[in-house]
Ligand binder design. Structure first.
Ligand SMILES: Cc1cc2nc3c(=O)[nH]c(=O)nc-3n(C[C@H](O)[C@H](O)[C@H](O)COP(=O)(O)OP(=O)(O)OC[C@H]3O[C@@H](n4cnc5c(N)ncnc54)[C@H](O)[C@@H]3O)c2cc1C
Length: 379
């Protein structure tokens, strides 16, 4: 039987990053992907993702500080420019369940720069936005954009060039923990590995439920829409920040990025679908809702030119999981709860450290499996 130090399941962002870091560390690693590389059935494809430190929870702000260092290291190793810094605004309308103070407290605690702006200050800097009265705005100068599909391809290329074995169209069907490692059963035979990293997102439970752990995951088909402004130059990354409308519903969007369009989407639209039920057709109802929002909020963004679908996999409280399975210390699990792209190289590095060293210096105490398995408080 083939033997590896580590087998990684899933070649989305997180699994590809784990394979990259494991290979960089000199481990023998195999990465299995059930579909073709670069497929669009998961969560890691398309053009862009938001990179930011501005969270209302210090655990993620702290991890984001590591992420900026790790993105820089990926740029250095790959020789590619990956991060585009645009600055970013979080708009908090009156009555939003997400108080501005949560953001400012977490950013202050981690010694990160930000400004709180009123409506007039926003209008003076970015007249493209039309804000209702009473909106408070947190501006973070470090917010930016990272490419989605391109990052995943870069990680896979780097992993391969450092000796990782990458196998697409190979589904992992079962994990069989042994006293010293794990036998990994795949559609193309079996391998033995000392450790296994499960980075299978929406498909995670199929592999871990037989080992006694099931995470209460909710999967959704999400969609993002590209709008075509008449004057794209007014929406360039030197003129418009990345923005988040932090309310229920929550919307987010980007300046132009590689094409004369602006992308916007609704976060967690609750359009529930399992991976097997995915239609890959966007919802007209959600698109209409977004069009209405954009006409009021960013009026010169123009008509929608295309909408693509993607998959969200939510854990309770949208908490990350980066942990070993209880009772199976050789099986590590990572779940990014539909906000993990910005942390891709960091989660990959931490998984490699956990697999090879059994520990990490990053604080991952907020990302334990037992916390997402516990009942979610309702208050
Ligand atoms: C529309 C959209 C916008 C987003 N915006 C942002 C953003 O702005 N900023 C941000 O930080 N995050 C964002 N996210 C979230 C982020 O993209 C995801 O958290 C991240 O991409 C998840 O990566 P993953 O590798 O865990 O999952 P996936 O990309 O789904 O990868 C999992 C992979 O595992 C494979 N797999 C599963 N089971 C098996 C098996 N048994 N055998 C072999 N292979 C298997 C799957 O085929 C898949 O390729 C967004 C997500 C979406 C969908």
């Amino acid at each position: 039987m083939e033997e590896f130090d580590v087998a990684v399941v899933g070649a989305g962002a997180l699994g590809s990053a784990a394979a990259h870091h494991l290979a960089l560390r000199g481990a023998t690693v195999v990465l299995f992907e059930q579909f073709e590389f670069g497929h669009v059935r998961g969560a890691s494809h398309d053009t862009s993702r938001i990179l930011r430190t501005s969270y209302g929870d210090e655990a993620y702000v702290r991890l984001a500080k590591s992420a900026y260092r790790d993105w820089g290291e990926l740029e250095r190793v790959s020789g590619e420019r990956i991060v585009t810094t645009t600055g970013g605004v979080v708009f908090v309308p009156p009555g939003s369940p997400y108080p501005v103070t949560a953001f400012t407290a977490a950013l202050t605690a981690q010694d990160l720069p930000f400004e709180v702006l009123d409506r007039d200050a926003v209008r003076a800097r970015w007249p493209q936005f039309t804000l209702p009265p009473g909106v408070e705005t947190v501006f973070s100068p470090d917010t930016g954009i990272v490419p989605a599909s391109r990052t995943v391809a870069t990680l896979q290329m780097q992993a391969r060039s450092h000796g990782a074995v990458l196998r697409d169209r190979t589904r992992v069907e079962e994990l069989r923990p042994q006293p010293d490692g794990v036998v990994v059963m795949t559609t193309a035979g079996k391998v033995r590995a000392r450790k296994v990293v499960v980075a299978a997102d929406a498909w995670t439970n199929a592999l871990i439920a037989p080992l006694g752990v099931e995470v209460p995951l909710v999967t959704m088909q999400e969609q993002v829409t590209y709008f075509g402004p008449d004057r794209p130059e007014d929406f360039g990354d030197d003129r418009l920040p990345v923005w988040i409308w932090e309310d229920e519903p929550c919307y987010y969007g980007f300046p132009t990025y590689g094409e004369p369009t602006v992308k916007a989407g609704r976060d967690a639209s609750d359009n529930r679908m399992t991976p097997d039920e995915r239609t890959f057709r966007h919802s007209e109802e959600l698109l209409d809702q977004l069009r209405t929002f954009m006409r009021g909020f960013l009026p010169a963004s123009g008509e929608d030119v295309r909408t693509i679908t993607c998959q969200y996999t939510l854990t309770p409280g949208r908490r990350f999981v980066v942990d070993a399975l209880p009772g199976h210390p050789d099986v590590l699990v990572a779940l990014g709860a539909a906000h993990a792209f910005k942390f891709t190289p960091t989660i990959g590095r931490i998984l490699a450290e956990l697999a090879l060293d059994g520990r990490t210096d990053d604080d991952i105490s907020a990302f334990r499996l037992r916390d997402v398995l516990a009942p979610v408080p309702t208050a």
